[in-house]
Design a protein around this ligand. Sequence first.
Ligand code: NAD
Length: 311
Amino acid sequence: MTPVFLVTGAAGFIGSHSVEWLLRHGWRVVGVDNLRTGRLDNLADARSSPNFTLVIADAGDETAMRPLFQQHRFTGMLHLAALVSVPESFREPELNYRLNLATADTLARLCLEFECKRLVFASSAAVYGANAALPNRESALPQPLSPYAAAKLAAEVMLLGYAASYGLEAVCLRYFNVYGPRQDPGSPYSGVLSIFTDRFQRGLPVTVYGDGEQTRDFISVRDVAEYNGQALTRQDVVVGRYNVCTGHAISLKQVLAIYRELFPNAPPTEFASGRIGDIRHSLGDPALLREMLQFSAQTEFAQGLRELNAG
Ligand SMILES: NC(=O)c1ccc[n+]([C@@H]2O[C@H](COP(=O)([O-])OP(=O)(O)OC[C@H]3O[C@@H](n4cnc5c(N)ncnc54)[C@H](O)[C@@H]3O)[C@@H](O)[C@H]2O)c1
């Protein structure tokens, strides 16, 4: 019998690409999503596969989730469902606690009860905060600066505690700035590249907050799906927390130069004052995960950006 994997947040940006990776590699997948920020459209391809089942439910609702664990006896779970907006976590700390921490606990306990051994958790580079020592390494002392980051860190600690206590194979992946098709450009706090792409394609000016010299470690969602899939399905994965990043820093000015090549007639960029809470530089060290999986991010940034704007 082909093993079955559970993916929460399946209809989201990273979720839908991760589901496709698992299906492509011959696994069966049950996706759970409540469509809070995800979209059914994202799963158009996946839903045509006989190996995919979508369940519309709240991943933190134990009553809804228990029968799924009972029925499918999952081999592993990729837990992506979350409140994903940092500003929303400031406005709604209680909801942030429920969606980003309590839900992880509920699911981890169901994993233990139903012998779903592997739990891959979507953490975030946000746990590092404005940590001065770059590149961020997993051994750095985390300094969360938002309720979102705090809940991600707390969930990591809890899952690793369950690993030590009960043998749960918890793998916490700290994603840096993920970009690619299907990222929602809907709010000013969405991934910056999804907003840039949306506005350049519509011939609208983009706004850069600050001087444009701020840097990010952008990683393609295609590489993130590969990391997720491998972390979920490989036998030789070791419990722990791992950066998911490229190890290359790119400034917004460099990003804009690539857009200008792609959209030579675009209106001039507008600059506004920097936003409170925005980190100036973000860069991760990918070595730990690279050594464990013998794989590193494949998509070169300029190429990934061209593909994003072509599609
Ligand atoms: N995109 C990034 O750059 C990035 C960076 C760091 C961490 N992350 C983390 O990766 C994960 C996926 O993020 P994304 O960018 O794909 O966002 P997304 O909003 O596209 O995906 C999140 C999905 O979870 C679903 N969801 C939310 N709460 C749910 C619940 N209670 N029950 C069921 N489904 C629920 C949403 O409907 C959505 O489909 C999140 O945990 C996020 O915190 C993303």
